[in-house]
Design a protein around this ligand. Structure first.
Ligand SMILES: *Cc1c(COP(=O)(O)O)cnc(C)c1O
Length: 423
């Protein structure tokens, strides 16, 4: 499928008059329509709720939009909990799916009344010691180990993942938690990431539903919800077929009818913790070509760098690039598109066929709405960009300002050495 940006050159020229590049831009209309589709796909399940994975796009304006569609938040750190709290997510609207959890974060999650999803059996003791009690509602994360194969060849390797409890442990955990007063149980697993297939969720559901039936039978713990977690992917590459969330919802429903309903568990609520699927395609990084370099290769230097989008440098991830205004020009130039970090992996694209790029051209780097800005960092003293929201009426709202040197130097505000720049 051809990938087209959700903004035009004219719009970007207008936006750039107020907000200099680089910036992350989000598409409100796309976010809303997608959230509606997700909700509709699982409407058959009475207790269904999406807990948006805050780490994907930790921005209160984004969280507020998703809140309108009944979404809660999935947090894994103190500040994500704080952001959720400040945005008005309360009690069971918050899922705390953390690992290697600092005890004070358990305490804060419990104070907010969040649902705590335990990553490990040893966390039962840590939680009880920290809180002085075991919450009545509690969830456990499962890891079956081995290799998780999805029909069309996609697979992931849970046996190599640090998350979750083994089968044996999760039975023990449920029994222990029940004995310590837990009444309402949840089950969670995240077995494959960025799956671009409609089969992942139904296959994961089968694993979790069958386990849930055994757990309830053997431990007597009442399972109230099953959390299918994240992992539904997006087509970063133009040749990938996007997931159809309606087909996914229907696939999960079939497994629910086959496994849970006959076991008398037709009241189990389903939860999801999607991040990438919710936001990924509805954000892009807009950057301008500022240098061209002709040495052993052809380079285009842009004003964004890996601190604005780490995925290509970190995992060699593909992000499609459109040169605005040249959407229909032939891709007859081979470029490395680079940022300015003193790290040779600071390349948004390597040997990418693109239209001929002129200095000043605006490049849209696609699918940065999730795990984009949020993975940002300050290496080389680079500053994080602004985040902008393209609203449904075509106007633009700044939803996070760009960092300034003052922000960068703020952690030296206890001394005077940098006062020239920090104050
Ligand atoms: C990262 C994460 C998610 C979201 O993953 P996506 O791939 O963005 O859908 C959900 N749950 C947990 C526990 C996570 O760590």
């Amino acid at each position: 499928m051809e990938k087209t940006p959700f903004v035009t050159l004219e719009q970007i020229r207008e936006i750039a008059k107020t907000y200099p590049t680089p910036f992350h831009l989000y598409d409100e209309k796309g976010i809303r329509e997608n959230a509606k589709r997700l909700k509709a796909a699982f409407a058959w399940n009475k207790g269904y709720k999406e807990y948006f994975a805050v780490k994907a796009t930790p921005n209160p304006f984004i969280l507020k939009i998703l809140q309108e569609y009944g979404c809660g938040t999935d947090c894994s750190s103190m500040t994500e909990l704080m952001m959720s709290d400040a945005c008005g997510f309360t009690g069971h609207d918050i899922m705390f799916s953390s690992n290697d959890t600092p005890p004070e974060e358990f305490a804060f999650a419990a104070k907010l009344g969040a649902i705590i999803n335990l990553d490990d059996i040893t966390h039962i003791e840590c939680l009880e010691k920290t809180l002085g009690y075991i919450p009545e509602t509690i969830s456990c994360r499962y890891n079956p180990g081995g290799i998780f194969k999805i029909s069309n060849g996609i697979m992931d390797n849970p046996g190599d993942a640090k998350y979750g409890m083994t089968t044996e442990q999760i039975f023990e955990a449920f029994s222990t938690l029940k004995a310590k007063g837990a009444k309402h149980f949840g089950l969670h697993a995240f077995l494959a990431s960025n799956t671009v297939t409609n089969d992942y969720y139904p296959m994961l559901a089968k694993v979790l539903f069958e386990l849930a039936v055994r757990l309830q039978r053997e431990t007597g713990a009442h399972i109230e919800f099953i959390n299918l977690s994240g992992g539904i992917g997006i087509p970063y590459r133009p040749d990938q077929e996007p997931n159809d969330i309606a087909v996914i919802g229907e696939g999960v429903r079939k497994v629910y009818e086959e496994v849970l309903v006959p076991a008398g568990m037709g009241d189990v609520a389903l939860y999801t913790e999607l991040g990438r699927f919710m936001l990924g395609p509805y954000g892009c990084l807009v950057t301008q070509a500022i240098h061209e370099k002709h040495t052993h290769k052809e380079y285009i230097g842009v004003d964004a760098c890996a601190v604005n989008l780490m995925r290509p440098a970190m995992y060699g991830a593909y992000h499609h690039i459109t040169v605005l205004g040249k959407e229909h020009a032939p891709c007859d130039h081979k470029y490395d598109v680079t940022g300015s970090l003193c790290e040779n992996n600071d390349k948004f694209a390597i040997d990418r066929m693109l239209p001929e790029i002129s200095m000043g051209d605006y490049l849209v780097i696609h699918d940065t709405g999730a795990h984009g800005f949020s993975m940002g960092y300050n290496y080389n003293g680079k500053l994080r960009s602004a985040e902008l929201l393209l609203k449904e009426d075509g106007t633009v709202e700044m939803i996070r300002r760009a960092e300034t040197p003052k922000d960068y130097f703020a952690t030296f505000d206890f001394c005077d050495i940098l006062k020239k720049y920090s104050k």
